[in-house]
Design a protein around this ligand. Sequence first.
Ligand SMILES: [Zn+2]
Ligand SMILES: [Zn+2]
Length: 190
Amino acid sequence: MERISWNQYFMAQSQLLALRSTCTRLTVGATIVRDKRIIAGGYNGSIAGGDHCIDNGCYVIDNHCVRTIHAEMNAILQCAKFGVPTAGAEIYVTHYPCLQCCKSIIQAGIKTVYYAEDYKNHPYAIELFAKAGVFTEQVQANPLLIEVNGKEKHDFVISLLSQLKESGAGDKRLDSLLKQADALFGVQSN
Ligand SMILES: [Zn+2]
Ligand SMILES: [Zn+2]
C-alpha cells in the first residue's frame, strides 16, 4: 500500500466535499487547513435551510447562479461562525477560485491556495494573489482516491466474469479471476 501525500489527502477531502454540492452548475469543494489539520470545509450550495438548485433549478442572473454560496466562501464563513482563525492557513479547492472568492481568501489571511482544476483563472485574481503574496499551486487530484460508483463497477466486473463462465470458459481460471476482482474492490468473497 502506498502512503498518500498531505496534498493528495487534503485535495481528496475537497473532492469528497464537492460531491455534497447542491448547485448543478459546478460541483466544488474547499478545505481549509492549518498546521496539517482540517479546520473547515465547504461546498457549492445554498444558505442553510434554503431551496436547493438540485430541487428547484438554478436561480440564474447574468449567467451566474445567485442562490449558491461558493465552496471557499462556505469554508471561510464556517470559520467566522465558530470563531476559528484563518490567518496563515492554506486552502485546498477543487477548482481555481473565482474573483470574489479570491478576494475573500486574501482578506481572510489565507496564504496558500492549492487547486486541482483550472477554472477560467481570472487574470485579475492571479494578479491579486501575486500582489497579496498568496502562493498558488496546482495539485493533481487523484480521482481514484474518491471512488464514485464503486459498487456499480464491482458488480459490472462480476457480471462480466459470470457471463464468461456461462459461455463455457474454464472454471478454475474464472474462479481465480473472481477472487482477484473481489480483492481489488475490497469485497470479502464467500
Ligand atoms: Zn445553482
Ligand atoms: Zn467563487
